[in-house]
Design a protein around this ligand. Sequence first.
Ligand code: LIP
Length: 268
Amino acid sequence: MQELLEKVIALAEEAGRMMTSENDVTIDTKGTKDNYVTSTDIKIEKFLREKLTSLIPGSLFMGEEGDIPEITDDCQYWIVDPIDGTTNYARGIPASVVSIALAEKDTVVLGVVHNPYTRETFHATIGNGAFLNGKPIHVSSRKKQNALVSLAWSTYDKKKAPLCFSVSQRLYYVCEDLRRIGTAAYEMCLLAKGSSDMLFEIRLSPWDYAAASRIVKEAGGFTSSSVGDLDLKEPCTVIVTNTETNMDFLKTIVVDEIRRYPNLGLKY
Ligand code: LIP
């Protein structure tokens, strides 16, 4: 696994160089008007699909910009976001990362998140701890009163925004402050290194959180959806915290707000 990890880190950093060196970037939208995809997303995903599947012959590839493969219990599969923080990238805001996870059944066994702007590479393999640029990292022990919370307000489906604002307001009057950076993978890694303490998003896709979820868990943190573990095959609500006490606190608020908006049909 160490040899494979080193190769994946090298590929993530090469993809990061592709991200920051592109000059002639075209920008399109997919689904809703605010959901961007750039020519660089496509280029990096094609590069990573080819390189990663050749590292493990027969492995499947699940990327944000491509078709979703049929995942079976006996296969290994890559879960990749070529650019997490695409809106930031499209607008020239230097806050985007490359996110690469390797999964077996319902478990992420390897996660790498690389930020080319800060030259930070986060990595973790199951049972072996979490690292930033090769140095061990660990979540904070801050209580909710001192917590910095990363969150978002359902950019691509604003019917869910009132629920997200309700959660935000309840957190704002208890915690230290809120942050919205626009890249869940990086914000989860900031939590893993102890910079922030909680994260909530009402709907993210597996490529947004798969790699960072392993990094958070190996750093001593906790991850959950609104109904259980994070789903590696379907989008879900994402709740991430530094401590179990804060997970109980945040999940209680999220589930309570989901109950208050039954018309959204969200699971809990
Ligand atoms: C983004 C997430 C971010 C979320 C955005 C978007 P993308 O992923 O990382 O946290 O709030 O709406 O989904 O689309 O840039 O890969």
